[in-house]
Write a protein that binds this ligand. Structure first.
Ligand code: HEC
Length: 131
């Protein structure tokens, strides 16, 4: 990777402690996760992660759907969820605090721990391929 491409993401990471309910974008978030993970997000791994059960009862897809381009349906409450794929939901991944809150909560439900930056980068890479 060229320094030219790396610089913006490093700047973004440096600015992160100041960013609370900060406006962001799916691409900006992905770059930040990649910078922390030390490598690019992989869409195919993201799909496997998202649809897999990880030894528990639920996958991400249990609530968000196998292909989260349409409304999801909460596995417990039946509540309708906004599509996760940014091409189908302009609000998805635009509020950093909201994204982190849901990642934390949902990852604990599915993988019994928080998702790593690499896993988040993979999932975001995949979601952005959905058109
Ligand atoms: C038990 C149901 C459930 C499961 C399982 C689940 N989620 Fe969610 N998720 C939600 C709900 C509810 C919201 C809030 C969405 C809304 O209000 O429309 C949400 C929102 C999100 C958001 C915030 C998107 C945004 O910018 O608004 C992300 C990111 C997310 N989920 C990722 C995941 C990932 C990754 C997994 C698997 C590790 C997962 N979720 C599994 C219920 C679930």
């Amino acid at each position: 990777m060229k320094i030219k491409h790396l610089a913006p993401s490093l700047l973004f990471v440096a600015a992160m402690p100041m960013a609370h309910a900060q406006a962001t974008s799916p691409m900006q978030l992905q770059r930040a996760y990649e910078a922390t993970a030390g490598g690019p997000g992989q869409a195919d791994k993201g799909q496997v992660f998202f649809t897999g059960r990880h030894g528990g009862e639920w996958s991400c897809a249990s609530c968000h759907g196998q292909r989260p381009t349409g409304a999801g349906r909460h596995a417990v409450t039946g509540k309708s969820l906004e599509p996760l794929a940014p091409a189908f939901n302009p609000k998805a991944f635009t509020d950093e605090r909201r994204v982190e809150k849901w990642f934390r909560r949902n990852c604990k439900d599915v993988v019994q721990r928080e998702c790593s930056p690499a896993e988040k980068a993979d999932v975001l890479a995949w979601l952005q391929t959905l058109r």
